[in-house]
Design a protein around this ligand. Structure first.
Ligand code: ZN
Ligand code: ZN
Ligand code: FE
Length: 745
């Protein structure tokens, strides 16, 4: 009997054809397998029972990177075969996607440490199941020639493996060895090579001696130093002008991780998965690394090694190492050698570089596990360019996201492809990085033109301006979507909803009334949305300056029930400062009204003396949450909801006043209680919508306590687990709003 089948999904560049070849050969089936435009086609010739055994194996034991979305098959007569063969590709790939970069697999790891293997100690060991993919691919179809491996001519040994269908490196485009593959250079800041027989071992020695080394990786360059070395970390922070922002680390193995952090089963699984993200863990009582890694926080961002180089390096370092993206403030991560030498010479002591080009920049992904669910703080390496399935809008859409933590997203044929992490697009270099990544991404996704381009409602974001330019260039429609509706739509996209109510809490988004929104309850039916409630507006004295100096936010609220003397006696500000600010409030000069949940938490953070000055995004609220995590007692805070202009308003002045009156209580209890009061109040407003689909999203939705309290208030509350709830998820929501538009018509 003969059967012809078409397999769709992630089936190219993932060792799928050799896998098919192997199981067909084992079962003594004849026929062929080949890549075609729509997926992989195969013909099987053999007995019915063997063919059915083949399909069982196909489903149950496919390689880790293969995702089979659909198998359609039919019986018939398809020719004469006397063996099983892998045939050449035909047609241009249209609905296949290249996989994300994959952490080193167990087989390669075994070979790395096997003295008899010819790749023993080879730092760039990979196979069909592991290694870089997205970051090195220039265009489709995925082939050696279309990747940044094209410059390395295979040696005869590698070539033999590459062409042998039974070899586990058959058609592995990253195939390389000591003889023919990329190699390392260890240089000082003047570019002089350091004499060393083993550059990785030498690098480890430098780190052990307190040096800072820039190390080129898969999707960019990392800054590294010993994670237990206070002095080195202090120097790194000083040189980089980053006094407080948490630094991620890399630890050799799970035992090491467990020596300083608490790890749940879900977290362990995530750490060990081939995607190898940074997972934000709680420090344990035995924490022994430097306190300077995450000042003021109880958490630490950890990842496991994901390349041969990482393993070989950590074999020789005295414990875990800092592994933070090499960039200057707000600029994109550096990925090219020359740029690294030019920009990092004042920060690092040495460079460990290699001669393989990184084509697509891709930072490490950062994930937190909250209530046993994944919360993406950054979705990048190991995940991009994997699509999120969405309703097919019947057109090709480009969504450009917001401003901070930017990602863009291309949607077509029922799939939305969120980009890698881009960053703060108000920075010109990062904005240029966005444009560059976009044109590269278009090539990989096969989107040469767009029907709709979507951006934020904010009139002066760089992304808004770019959207207008591109809409003109492509002669297509431009759609502007309100920031918090885009957050909600992103959550609706993940849960395939057309109707929902969203509690959207974040830092800042341009509101329909031109004010600064950020603590919103929104109902949506299709793309028609209604803001049914929000946090009370509070003044931001000095506008954006207040975001950096949260004590101003506190003063803004205190001014509603205290005079200058009382205020100066309550928060860390002089009477003179307070008087100037009160004057400003009176005249309204440069005072912005904000309903932001993030800003209110910032004000509380300043009131409780947790954080007066913000040195990184979200710092005051993140530190407040960390404090609240050790809270035990609830302090009664008023949850009062009033009606104003057809909206429910959760009064925050009353909550703040009650906090001031309880300042003699333990600050951790106050911090805990304020989270609880806000969650209860927002839940009460959301419940008024009577919707069965209540979503919680926005940057604040990464907060563990809000998630816990909202889950207590609202059964089945929906959160985001596929893209960030913060502004990194905005682009998906913008793209999905077009589908919602269609659904509504
Ligand atoms: Zn491998
Ligand atoms: Zn070779
Ligand atoms: Fe936002």
């Amino acid at each position: 009997m003969q059967v012809k089948a078409l397999v769709k999904g992630t089936v190219q560049g993932v060792g799928f054809r050799p896998f098919v070849y192997r199981i067909a050969s084992e079962l003594k089936l004849k026929g062929y397998v080949k890549n075609i435009g729509r997926g992989v086609e195969l013909v099987l010739d053999g007995s019915k029972s063997r063919i059915s055994a083949f399909f069982t194996k196909l489903r149950n034991s496919s390689p880790p990177l293969v995702t089979i979305e659909d198998v359609s098959s039919s019986e018939g007569t398809f020719g004469n075969y006397n063996s099983f063969k892998i045939l050449r590709s035909s047609g241009v790939a249209t609905s296949v996607s290249i996989p994300p970069d994959v952490g080193i697999c167990d087989d390669c790891l075994r070979e790395l440490y096997d003295e008899s293997n010819r790749r023993h100690n080879y730092w760039f060991i990979t196979c069909t199941n592991c290694g870089p993919r997205f970051t090195m691919t220039r265009e489709l179809p995925y082939d050696r020639e279309t990747t940044t491996m094209s410059q390395f001519k295979m040696c005869s040994d590698c070539e033999m493996e590459y062409t042998d269908p039974l070899n586990r490196r058959h058609h592995a485009q990253t195939i390389a060895c000591h003889k023919c593959g990329p190699n390392l250079q260890l240089v000082d800041i003047h570019g002089n090579e350091l004499p060393a027989s083993d550059q990785i071992k030498k690098t480890a020695e430098l780190l052990n001696r307190g040096k800072i080394v820039a190390i080129k990786g898969i999707g960019g360059i990392h800054l590294t130093c010993l994670a237990s070395d206070d002095k080195a970390i202090g120097r790194l922070r000083e040189r980089r002008r980053r006094p407080q922002k948490p630094l991620a680390i890399m630890a050799r193995d799970m035992d090491t991780v467990k020596s300083f952090a608490m790890v749940s089963a879900t977290e362990e699984k995530l750490l060990k998965s081939w995607r190898k993200p940074i997972v934000v863990l709680r420090r344990s009582n035995h924490y022994w690394l430097s306190d300077k890694l995450s000042p003021g926080l109880k958490t630490i961002g950890v990842m496991l090694p994901y390349t041969g180089l990482h393993y070989l390096l950590l074999d020789h370092t005295k414990g875990p190492i800092v592994m933070t993206s090499a960039n200057l403030p707000d600029e994109p991560t550096i990925k090219d050698d020359e740029q690294a030498m030019a920009k990092l010479a004042n920060i690092v002591d040495y460079f460990l570089l290699h001669n393989r080009e990184i084509y697509n920049r891709c930072d490490d992904s950062v994930i937190r596990v909250v209530q046993e669910k994944l919360v993406f703080l950054r979705r990048s390496r190991g995940y991009v360019p994997e699509p999120v399935e969405v309703a097919d809008a019947g057109e090709t859409i480009l969504a450009l996201g917001a401003e901070l933590d930017n990602t863009f997203c291309i949607a077509k044929d029922g799939k939305a492809y969120p980009s890698q992490y881009i960053g703060d697009t108000s920075n010109l270099d990062t904005f240029n990085g966005l444009k560059e990544s976009l044109s590269k991404f278009q090539g990989l996704i096969g989107a040469s033109k767009f029907d709709s381009i979507v951006c934020d409602l904010h009139p002066s974001f760089n992304t808004t301006r770019l959207a207008k330019e591109l809409a003109e260039k492509y002669g297509c429609r431009l759609v502007q979507v309100q920031h918090h509706f885009a957050h909600l739509a992103s959550c609706m996209a993940e849960h395939k909803l057309e109707e929902a109510t969203g509690i959207v809490c974040d830092g800042y988004g341009y509101g329909l009334d031109g004010k600064a929104w950020g603590g919103e309850v929104i109902t949506a039916r299709g793309n028609a949305f209604n803001r049914i409630g929000h946090l009370e507006y509070q003044p931001m004295i000095g506008g954006d300056v207040a975001t950096k100096k949260p004590v101003r936010l506190a003063v803004g609220i205190l001014s509603k029930f205290m005079d200058a003397n009382e205020i100066a006696g309550t928060v860390a500000a002089s009477k003179d400062e307070v008087r100037v600010w009160l004057k400003q409030l009176e005249t309204g000069f440069n005072v912005v009204e904000s309903s932001s949940c993030g800003r209110f938490l910032d004000a509380v953070s300043a009131l409780l003396g947790v954080c007066y000055e913000r040195t990184y995004e979200g710092e005051p609220a993140i530190k407040l949450e960390n404090l609240a995590l050790s809270g035990k007692e609830y302090i009664e805070l008023p949850v009062k909801i009033t009606r104003e202009n057809d909206s429910y308003v959760l009064e925050t002045t009353g909550i703040f006043k009650a906090l001031v009156e309880s300042l003699d209580s333990p600050p951790e209890d106050l911090a805990l209680s304020v989270h609880h009061a806000l969650a209860v109040g927002l839940a009460r407003i959301a419940e008024k919508s009577k919707s069965r689909n209540i979503c919680f999203t926005g940057g604040v939705a990464s907060n563990e306590l809000f998630n816990r309290f909202l889950a207590e208030e609202i059964t089945g509350i929906k959160t985001q687990t596929k893209v960030p709830c913060g502004d990194g998820g905005i682009s998906l929501g913008q793209a999905f709003s077009i589908s919602l538009d269609k659904a509504h018509q």
